[in-house]
Design a protein around this ligand. Sequence first.
Ligand code: FMN
Length: 233
Amino acid sequence: MTRILSMTHMVLAQEGNLLNLKVQQIPMPPTDSPLAFLSRLIRDRRSIKPFDMDATREVDRELITALLENANWAPTHGLTEPWRFHIFQGDARRALSETMQRIYREMTPAEEFREEKLKKMSQNPLLAPVVIAWCMERHAGKIPEIEEIEATACAAQNFFLSACAAGLAAYWSTPPLIDTRDFAKWLGLGVEDRCLGLFYLGWPKEGLKPTAGTRHPVLEKIRWVSQASHTQG
Ligand SMILES: Cc1cc2nc3c(=O)[nH]c(=O)nc-3n(C[C@H](O)[C@H](O)[C@H](O)COP(=O)(O)O)c2cc1C
């Protein structure tokens, strides 16, 4: 199974794993099992920002669609499948960049306005060959909104891991403007739908060095509850 990892990610995986030894982590499963493969993929996945993507190298639509097919298999309460993908490529990214700049200028109070933020916002869509507005389409019925958001986030992680396995760089960004009615309208979303993030996608620049991931030990986050008489406090 490791054969489906690209060379880039084999290197990322090996080096990332060495770096991970610096923090206290549950060790990798020792065998060449599906769990070992998946654990490596999950632990070595890193956010790679548009600056580190090759803006000149396109990502095939077939590949993007295959990654989104994996997103489409996320768990979904009531099978509402609320995820929707608005994919910007080519010149459409410029329109996205301009819209983001306009909304940022309009919504940001003068004392919070940051020129560097505006610059980054304008450049990011042009540095990544693909930008996906990751949206939740709200369904009438019994499923609460938060569960449709959660399902859409599960789809995002499926996508992220799939992109990583394909050797692609990806980065989920959430500037506050994406959750405005103005941006939702520009995307053509319904009144109860929401854009949860912008997924930047591209091939990593040649020779890009892996960065180390860090997480606090999972043991700090676990509370085993095994007594029937358990009470809080
Ligand atoms: C819901 C969500 C929103 C995020 N939004 C941003 C963001 O707006 N800007 C940013 O720099 N990173 C954002 N990130 C990425 C995190 O910064 C990143 O996951 C974190 O630094 C850990 O790095 P890793 O993904 O390489 O493990 C977001 C991640 C998630 C899950």
